[in-house]
Design a protein around this ligand. Structure first.
Ligand SMILES: Cc1ncc(COP(=O)(O)O)c(C=O)c1O
Length: 347
C-alpha cells in the first residue's frame, strides 16, 4: 500500500504551525528562519512521537491489543506521549523505565502518573527487557493483550509519521509561498531524522535534512545506523528510494563543547543559553535534553555558514519536550541564572 494511504489513528492536531521566527531572523541577519511547531501536536503536550504513534497504535487496535507498553529513561517524552495516546484510545498505558526509582515525581513522570500509567522502574538498564517480559506475562494472565512500542517509537512503521511530515511541510511552503533550503532536527532513536530524509527523497523536497545528536557519539557510527534504519524503512514502505551516507548530515559542533553536551540529559550552560535565546526572542520554550541542543546547533549553523549559507532559509523542527524544564535537576541548575530576573520589593 502506498505510504500516503497507510492506515493510522488520529491523535494529533495537524498541520502543526510553520511560522517565521521574525526576531531570530532579524537577530542573525542572514536568511529567513522558520520553526515547525511539532511540540504542539498533542496529546499530553505532544511532541514528535505523536506522528509515529498514529501508525503504531493503529496496529495495536487492529491486532486486538488492550494495553500498550513502552520504554525509555525516567523522563522519557516518548513515554509520556505514548501514555497520553493510549488513554485517549482506551488502552492501558504501561511504562518500563530504566534508571531506577527517582523517589520523586517531576516533569514527565508527574504527567505519566496523572494519566494513570502503570510505571515500572528498572535500576539496571540491561535488565529492562527481562522486566518487560515479566510485566507482559502479568498483564496477559489478567486477560490483557499488550502492544509493545519500541523505545522512541522508532521502527519502520513508526517512521511513516516523519516521512509524511515532509509532505505537510511542502504543502505549507506552497500555501505560504516561502522557500526552505535546509531543515534541522534532532537525532536520538532516529525515527524522526531517518523519516525526514526518506520523506525529502520520496517527495522530492527542495531541502536537505541536518540533525544534531542528543548524546556524544563517535563520528561515523550514527551515520551508518541512520542509513541502515532508513533503508529498512524505505523497503518496508516500498518507497523505492535508497539512502546513502551522503544523505545523512549530522552536525556535531566544536570538539571541545559539542552540541550534544557532555552527556544525555546533563544540564549545560551553552544549551541553557540557546533555550534562553529562543524564549526571550520568540516566547517559545525548548528543552535541555533534545531541542535546546539542536537549537544551539541551528544558531551556529546559520552564523558560521558551514551548513546554511548566507541568504538561505532554514526550518527548525521543534520536537517538543519542554516539560523537562520542570524536572528537579534542570530546575536546580537554572535557579541561580533565572533568579537574577527577580526583584524583592518592600511591599
Ligand atoms: C523532544 C524530543 N526531540 C527529539 C527526539 C529525538 O527523536 P528520535 O528519537 O526520533 O530520533 C526525542 C526523543 O525522545 C525527543 O523527546
Amino acid at each position: 500500500m502506498a505510504i500516503e494511504n497507510l492506515k493510522k489513528v488520529q491523535l494529533g492536531h495537524y498541520p502543526t504551525p510553520l511560522e517565521k521566527m521574525g526576531n531570530i531572523t532579524k537577530m542573525l541577519g542572514k536568511g529567513d528562519l522558520y520553526i515547525k511547531r511539532d511540540d504542539t501536536t498533542g496529546p499530553a503536550f505532544g511532541g514528535n512521537k505523536t506522528r509515529k504513534l498514529e501508525y503504531l497504535l493503529r496496529e495495536a487496535l487492529d491486532t486486538g491489543c488492550t494495553a500498550v507498553m513502552t520504554f525509555g529513561g525516567t523522563q522519557t517524552n516518548h513515554g509520556r506521549t505514548t501514555v497520553g495516546a493510549a488513554v485517549k484510545l482506551g488502552l492501558k498505558p504501561i511504562l518500563v523505565l530504566s534508571g531506577g526509582d527517582t523517589g520523586y515525581l517531576s516533569g514527565n513522570l508527574t504527567l505519566d502518573a496523572l494519566m494513570g500509567a502503570d510505571i515500572y522502574f528498572v535500576k539496571d538498564p540491561a535488565k529492562t527487557q527481562e522486566v518487560a517480559r515479566e510485566v507482559i506475562k502479568k498483564y496477559e494472565a489478567n486477560g490483557d493483550k499488550v502492544y509493545v512500542v519500541p523505545a522512541g517509537g522508532s521502527n519502520p512503521l513508526g517512521a511513516a509519521g516523519y516521512i509524511m511530515s515532509v509532505k505537510e511541510i511542502l504543502d505549507q511552503m506552497k500555501e505560504q509561498n516561502i522557500k526552505i533550503d535546509h531543515v534541522v532536527c534532532t537525532v536520538g532513536s532516529m525515527g524522526t531524522f531517518a523519516g525526514m530524509i526518506l520523506g525529502a527523497k520520496y517527495f522530492k523536497a527542495p531541502f536537505d535534512i541536518i540533525a544534531v545528536p542528543v548524546s556524544p557519539a563517535p563520528k561515523g557510527q550514527k551515520e551508518k545506523d541512520v542509513v541502515k534504519f532508513a533503508n529498512e524503512a524505505s523497503q518496508f514502505h516500498g518507497l523505492g528510494v535508497t539512502v546513502t551516507e551522503d544523505d545523512v548530515k549530522i552536525a556535531y559542533g566544536p570538539d571541545d563543547v559539542p552540541y550534544s553536551g557532555e552527556a544525555y540529559n546533563k544540564p549545560d550552560p551553552v544549551t541553557r543559553q540557546a533555550i534562553i535565546t529562543l524564549a526571550k526572542a520568540e516566547g517559545i520554550m525548548l528543552d535541555p535534553t533534545y531541542t535546546g541542543k539542536t537549537f544551539r546547533g541551528f544558531l551556529d549553523m546559520v552564523k558560521d555558514g558551514k551548513y546554511i549559507k548566507e541568504g538561505e532559509s532554514a526550518l527548525f523542527i521543534h520536537t517538543g519536550g519542554a516539560m523537562a524544564l520542570w524536572t528537579k535537576e534542570h530546575l536546580d541548575d537554572m535557579q541561580e541564572q533565572l533568579r537574577a530576573n527577580c526583584n524583592t520589593t518592600e511591599m
